[in-house]
Design a protein around this ligand. Sequence first.
Ligand code: ZN
Length: 507
Amino acid sequence: MNRRSIRVAAALVAVLLSILLFTAVSAGSAACANRTNNTFDKLLECVTLEGVRQHQAALQAIADAHGGDRVSGSAGYDASVDYVVDTMTAAGYNVTVQPFTFFAWRPLGPSTLAQVAPLPATYAEGPDYRLMTQTDAGDVTAAVTPVDLNFGNPAASTSGCEAADFAGFPVGHIALIQRGACTFQLKAENAAAAGATGVIIFNQGNSPDRVGTIVGTLSNAYSGGIPVLFATYTLGQEWASTPGLILHMVANVFRGESTTYNVLAETRSGRDDTVIMVGAHLDSVPLGPGINDNGSGSAALLEIARQMAKVKPWNKVRFAWWGAEESGLVGSTFYVNNLSSAELDRITLYLNFDMIGSPNFARFIYDGDGSGFGLAGPPGSAQIEALFERYYAARGLPSEPTQISFRSDYAAFFDAGIPFGGLFTGAEGIKSPEQAALYGGTAGIAYDPCYHLACDTFANNSDTALEQNSDAVAFAVLQYAMNVETITGQRGKGNFKPEKWGEEYVR
Ligand SMILES: [Zn+2]
């Protein structure tokens, strides 16, 4: 091909591409912006992967602009709240921001671990050491005293588990403690009680998976009052055999009462006495931007709400973005506990979406009928599970139940006796060979290898799972917005009767 024909061909390709793109854009957004998505076909056509991903991209940009995370209490979380408020207000919803206080813990910037004597050295946060979650803040330079260490084979450490381990411990020293046998919290509190001014817990070294740094937690209840770092087994061994060791440790964290927010966006029409709630937690953990956990659920709700903005639902639909989920389901619990019994009675059901785009996904549905794990949700939860099962089945997509584990925001609704359901694509659990055969992906690794880590970024996603699940969520929201007959027996919009969920609706 000569230069001229290349140029002509290139121009032709450009024209064809622009026609294709224009067609895609007009079907995908212009048509969707102008019409009322009041059928499954219309809504599911307009709830696109690209639309959901745009919200995840916005959340990633917010994290990037605010130190890399969106943890409740931080500027990154507050900017996330603003984004949801702006998006839902622009879409025409009644938007409420609900403040509440909670016990917060978050890093404020890099921390420090350095050897002052005998050989000055600095250590790298991440590979060499990490903050223990819920450590108190502190800046300590002190001599280091090992506490009941065991470098034998196996290294069956009970270091720091008994008060007796600290007999003769020099007040004011840093306690060097080995992982094993009891909680990090107990070890650190025993050290504090013995007069330690700081604690370094190093990995146990009893197996290949217990040598490096981990993201461990002392728990919300930690009462030691002193900083606690976690270090590698190798460094622990080295320090234990270094006479005259002095370390400098800084835990650069905030720990204490803090204010954060839930965001609620409600349709202006629909029956006040039949409220469909749809929730996702908006906060990340301190370590990363939280784009799958739970940017995925948050983004799906944003896009579904936007695409339903012109729909006049039969029932009221109230979308919720919860704060401080990662601090112990605080926002959703606060919300439920502050409703009057009359307000609670008006909530017909709750749908929860926490991680719906895991890169190595499975298709989990909360086990509403208890058939998989023995614990059923409140009456009505079985019907919600069945709806999702039926939706997936109609599209030829395998799915399975997941245990009601109270690890997400449905817990408070369960406790209030409100039927609930939802989807989940897996967190730190390991995919089985059977699941890899069913869903694709890789057996033997986590559903989300970046769960609660810095790498839970925009790239940490399965387009397949997110696209399928955004449609599944949209289907359930529109169904219940129009008709909750399977849950309450009450009359709803006729063309959303459950017997009409034929192939034309659940394709
Ligand atoms: Zn989550």
